[in-house]
Design a protein around this ligand. Structure first.
Ligand SMILES: [Zn+2]
Length: 612
């Protein structure tokens, strides 16, 4: 994942790629949209056909993108049972590392147009208008309907300040002088000095819409940009080298924006939430990898053989190194046997068969491109067959996933297992993943992270700052230790046994988020048992030398909403949850299990306590 992120940044350093794509339904378009997310910066989609309650599929489509989307089916859904072909819907995905401050200028009630104002960190401001213009039918409504769209755009452009304008989407007309729609749109273009981007850089787009059955094709998807961008438009093109199940081709435009852009460096890419899929892992390989790598970790045995004056300990470096060696042995063991997937993009229905079919379709498409896109003959047939096989398998897999979940939910309900029932129900229907893109009135990941940082820093308390408590603690410790040394009953080096480690491991839950080192409980239970020995030795060393590895103090803090019915856009409604390294948690449970009789909490505290 880091490599992909890194390449992206390098190739896109000063170029903004805007893309538009008529999905022809979310299910048809999702595979191509996934691919578009690897190069695109701003992606406009039309015709996702999603109902309002399904919009989160697009809102959270990709962890590197912030989603804005609108359903054109609100009225239909409210008016009873869905029938006929669902239609329309707009969405805009904006790459998070652009660090844009985005505000919605407006959306037409029929969802034909939506306008965003995007302010770059440099102050450079672009109005982005996504369109799905009506189709020229037989009735006279077309002119009225298109006029409404143009009126909306005119209003948006007149009522805000900006440097540039980009209007893109499925316009449903060819840019030919005899087209009524184009004539009408053209007069708006004149008013605001807009041109189709290929005017400045040329293109070899032959069609953007193709009906495979009738071979009808036309160029009806367009990207228009303002005059200022004339020298920036470097490439105007259609994506014909990806597997595309829609009848429209995605089209894109590369705009060289130089200093108007300011990318945040790649560290952002690393912070995407990625998850190890242990359910898809090769556990035997992981086991043998850990056996091999853990046996190569050098144990600093000497640290256990000597007593140490913890006030003058000179072994911190050795303990840090030993801990880091264990962590990296476990991390490296996962390579190639525990798949790493980002939480949103990985669909649980995805399997190797689908990957094979997708690849076959991609190969057939490449062959077809090499043969200069023949519209008939063997090569074209191979391409279409491969594409439909993939399309059918994808559809069935999606359907199967939905049905399985439905069955599971009904079964849980019948078994009256209410906890599990609501858990499943919420996993399907609640928008718990959608985190608002605006907090305390500002947008942009970095700014929002700073707000949370300020807010949460009050929760942390540096115990070293309380001098009197520290002195008191050190005195007690000194006194206790010197007594133990005198009586020779210091047990540090054998304090914990393998049984203690196993018992602590059992206190932890599976499937939890990892700490900053990427390790979870699964890393321990599926590893070769030598890990338990290593942990036993490490924990005893910690006790002998009175020092925990520095990395025990590293954690990832995640804001978690306190009350969903209250203001989701206010930082005050979030509490910090720290994700600590798993080995530090095992160590804490070891201490706790051994000394819990000494830990007393107030009788009036009810949270975080074992039920009696
Ligand atoms: Zn020491």
């Amino acid at each position: 994942m880091y490599v992909i992120g890194f390449l992206l940044i390098l190739s896109n350093m000063d170029t903004l790629q805007v893309v538009c794509y008529n999905m022809f339904g979310f299910n048809n378009g999702f595979s191509a949209l996934n691919d578009l997310c690897t190069t695109g910066d701003i992606i406009v989609v039309e015709e996702h056909w999603l109902a309002p309650y399904n919009l989160d599929k697009l809102l959270n489509f990709h962890p590197s993108f912030e989603g804005f989307c609108w359903s054109a089916m609100c009225d239909k859904v409210h008016n009873g049972i869905l029938k006929g072909r669902p239609f329309g819907g707009l969405g805009i995905l904006v790459k998070k590392n652009l660090d844009l401050s985005v505000s919605v200028l407006g959306v037409m009630p029929n969802c034909r147009c939506a306008a965003l104002k995007c302010v770059f960190p440099t102050g450079y401001t672009v109005i982005l208008i996504a369109v799905y213009f009506p189709h020229m039918g037989v009735s006279g409504d077309y002119v009225v309907e298109l006029s409404e769209c143009l009126g909306f755009i005119d209003h948006c452009l007149h009522s805000s300040n900006y440097h540039d304008v980009i209007i893109l989407g499925d316009m449903n007309f060819d840019c030919k002088v005899n087209s009524v729609g184009f004539k009408m749109f053209n007069s708006l273009c004149d008013d605001f000095s807009l041109n189709r981007a290929d005017k400045y850089c040329g293109s070899d787009i032959n069609y953007t819409y193709m009906q495979e059955t009738t071979n009808n094709n036309s160029v009806i998807d367009h990207i228009f940009v303002s005059q200022n961008l004339s020298t920036s438009a470097k490439k105007y093109f259609a994506f014909d080298n990806i597997v595309n199940l829609s009848d429209h081709l995605p089209i894109g435009c590369d705009l060289l924006l130089d200093c108007r852009l300011k990318y945040i460096l790649p560290s952002r890419e690393k912070q995407c939430r990625y998850k190890r899929r242990w359910d898809k892992a090769d556990l035997a390989k992981y086991y043998s990898n850990t056996y091999e790598l853990l046996s190569m970790v050098t144990v600093p045995h000497v640290l256990l053989q000597q007593k140490c004056d913890v006030f003058q300990c000179a072994h911190w470096k050795d303990i840090n190194e030993y801990y880091n060696a264990i962590v990296s042995a476990l991390s490296l063991s996962m390579d190639g046997c525990v798949p790493l997937c980002n939480e949103h993009v990985f669909r649980s229905f995805w399997d190797s068969d689908l990957s094979d079919l997708k690849q076959a379709s991609l190969d057939a498409n490449s062959l077809w491109l090499l043969c200069d896109k023949p519209r008939s003959g063997v090569v074209n047939r191979i391409r279409l067959t491969a594409k439909y096989k993939y399309k059918r398998a994808l559809k069935q897999a999606m359907l199967r996933e939905d049905q399985d979940l439905d069955d599971e939910i009904s079964n849980l309900y019948m078994q009256k297992d209410m906890n599990q029932f609501w858990q499943k129900w919420n996993s399907k229907f609640s928008n718990k993943h959608s985190s608002p893109s605006v907090i305390n009135g500002v947008s942009g990941d970095r700014v929002i992270a700073d707000i949370f940082c300020d807010n949460f820093s009050g929760v942390y308390f540096d115990s070293y700052k309380d001098d009197s408590l520290l002195v008191d603690f050190m005195e007690k410790l000194h006194c206790k230790l010197s007594k133990e040394y005198e009586s020779n009953c210091f047990l540090g080096s054998t304090l914990f046994d393998v049984v203690d480690i196993e018992a602590s491991l059992n206190c932890l839950k599976n499937g939890k988020a990892s700490g900053p080192d990427g390790l979870t409980k699964e890393n321990m239970i599926y590893a070769h048992p030598s890990i338990i020995i290593h942990l036993k030795l490490l924990f005893n060393m910690i006790c002998v030398h009175g020092f925990v590895p520095d990395n025990f103090g590293h954690s990832v803090t995640v804001p978690v909403v306190k009350d969903k019915t209250k203001d989701m856009y206010s930082a005050d409604n979030y509490r910090p949850i720290a994700l600590s390294p798993i080995i530090s948690k095992i160590f804490e449970y070891c201490i706790f299990n051994k000394y819990k009789h000494l830990f007393v909490s107030d009788n009036l505290q009810f949270g975080f306590k074992k039920k009696p």
